[in-house]
Structures are given as C-alpha cells and as structure tokens.
Design a protein around this ligand. Structure first.
Ligand SMILES: NC(=O)c1ccc[n+]([C@@H]2O[C@H](COP(=O)([O-])OP(=O)(O)OC[C@H]3O[C@@H](n4cnc5c(N)ncnc54)[C@H](OP(=O)(O)O)[C@@H]3O)[C@@H](O)[C@H]2O)c1
Length: 249
C-alpha cells in the first residue's frame, strides 16, 4: 500500500468566495498541490487577481463572477468550468456571509433571505450541479461554522443557515456515496479574515475570543488548507458525511 498523498495534480477544483479570505487561501493551496482552479465570487476583478496568482504557480485558472444565491449563475459557473477544463473533481462551497443583527426583532425579512440564500440555497444548487458532472473520486467540501453547533442570539440566522449546510452535507453524502462522490464539511472556528475583522474589530475583542480557544489564538487563513486538501484527496477516501471541527480546540 502506498502512503496517502495530498497531491492534487490534474484535479479541477472550483472554489466559491475565492477572491479573499479562506477561499483565496484554499484556491492557492490547491494550486500549490498541483490542481487547476476555478476562482469564483461576485466581483470578477479580485477573482482575476487570484487566478493570476494560480497561473504564476504554473497551473491553469479560470475566474468567474458568480453570485451563489442566483441559481442561474450557479449553473453558469459549473458550465464554464466544464467548458474550460472538461471536468470537475472538487467543489468547495466556501462563499458565505455572516451579518450580525443586534437581536431577533432586528432580523429583517431581507437579512434572513440573503443569509439563507448565500450560505445554504447556493451551496445546495452547486452541490447538485457539480455532483452531476463528477465521477467516482469526486469530493465536495462545505465550509461551515462552529456557530451551526453553538448558536447565539446574535448569530441565529447565520447559525441556522450553516446548520442547514451541515444537513445538506449529510444528505448529499448519502445520495452521492453510491457513485463514489464524497461530501464533508469543515466546521470552522475563528480565522483572521476580513469578515472576522468586520464583526470583531478590536484587538481586545480578538484576544477575548482567543482566550476561549485551547490553542490560545485565532487561526491564520491558510490554516484551513491542510484540512481542505485532506478532504479532497484519497487520503480521506472512506470519509463522507462528516463535520470536521477546525477550531483550535
Ligand atoms: N473567518 C472566520 O472566522 C470564519 C468562521 C467560520 C466560518 N467561516 C466561513 O468561511 C467562509 C469564508 O469566510 P471568510 O471569513 O473567508 O469571508 P470573507 O473574507 O468575507 O470572504 C468572503 C468571500 O465570499 C465571497 N462572497 C460573498 N458573498 C458572495 C455571494 N453571494 N456569492 C459569491 N461569493 C460571495 C466574497 O467575494 P465577493 O464580495 O466578490 O462576492 C469573498 O470572496 C464563509 O462561508 C464563512 O461563513 C469563516
């Protein structure tokens, strides 16, 4: 038996929300591991910049504008990927938003709909469309949040959307398992990204948050890469429908 490898050479990987933060880190990590990468988010210019970084590593890249809550744009993303690369091996449903209403009474219909649409409705459609293109060995990685397991009044809509993403992970794993396609979620703790810094802006608040983590610190964005590569690779060939906590303890 050969030792399992995280090498992604020859794979075609689609990452949503890849223009910055955790998505960008994973896009570059997959490229470093040998994959060709489709870099998607709403704004095309930042995706093009990340795609250029992927190309600078000697891999192929495609930047696509895709608002994941729009199912037509989800279809365009998958169609563009297949047109360019002829296949999809890995989908990372990373795009997400986490608005923080001050209380339940402040949750507007619009905030509720947007939060569910970006964090759950889009990933559901992309999962269905990508799986239809995948063959055995395909892998779908959903980026969830610790909030899905430990909701607070401030995070309730986001937490509910990510809990739905967890449910989607298990349901899709059951549906696509017989075809050899695996679906797992990374349940993220706290990582240094723009969205974190927007919701927890001060160093004092970040230190307080870090003090509740066993490792005593907030993660750097690229610390998600190893787990994403593992879930996308044959090193995790018997692992599906799982929620992997990546939260520093
Ligand atoms: N950072 C953390 O501590 C943390 C913790 C738990 C979970 N997460 C999850 O990790 C994922 C990435 O978070 P992050 O912190 O890296 O966020 P970020 O830095 O704010 O980046 C979000 C990315 O998603 C894209 N995006 C936002 N809305 C979109 C939409 N409707 N359609 C397509 N793309 C969209 C953004 O680009 P555009 O503006 O161009 O669309 C950007 O590329 C999210 O699902 C988040 O819930 C993060």
């Amino acid at each position: 038996m050969s030792i399992p490898s995280l090498d992604a050479t020859g794979k075609v990987v689609v990452v949503t929300g890849a223009s910055k933060g955790l998505g960008r880190a994973m896009a570059l990590g997959f490229a470093e591991a040998g994959a060709d990468v489709v870099v998607a988010s709403r704004k095309l210019a930042p995706c093009e910049a990340v795609a250029d970084e992927v190309r600078a590593m000697g891999r192929r890249a495609l930047a696509v504008s895709c608002h994941v809550r729009d199912w037509d744009q989800c279809a365009t993303l998958i169609d563009a990927t297949v047109a360019e690369f002829g296949r999809i091996d890995v989908l990372v449903n990373n795009a997400g938003i986490a608005p923080v209403p001050p209380s339940l009474i402040d949750v507007t219909s619009d905030l509720f709909d947007k939060t569910i649409a970006v964090n759950l409705k889009g990933p559901l459609r992309l999962t269905a469309l990508a799986a239809a293109q995948m063959t055995a060995g395909g892998s779908i990685v959903n980026i969830s949040s610790k909030a899905s397991l430990h909701p607070t009044p401030f995070t309730v809509v986001y937490a509910a959307a990510k809990a739905g993403l967890n449910a989607l992970t298990k349901a899709a794993a059951a549906e696509f398992g017989p075809r050899g396609i695996r679906v797992n979620a990374i349940v993220c703790g706290t990582f240094h990204t723009d969205s974190l810094h927007a919701s927890i802006p001060t160093e004092e608040m970040q230190s307080e948050m870090a003090s509740n983590v066993s490792l005593g610190r907030i993660a750097d964005a690229d610390e998600i890469v190893g787990t994403a590569l593992f879930l996308a690779s044959d090193a995790s060939s018997y692992l599906t429908g799982e929620l992997i906590s990546l939260d520093g303890g």
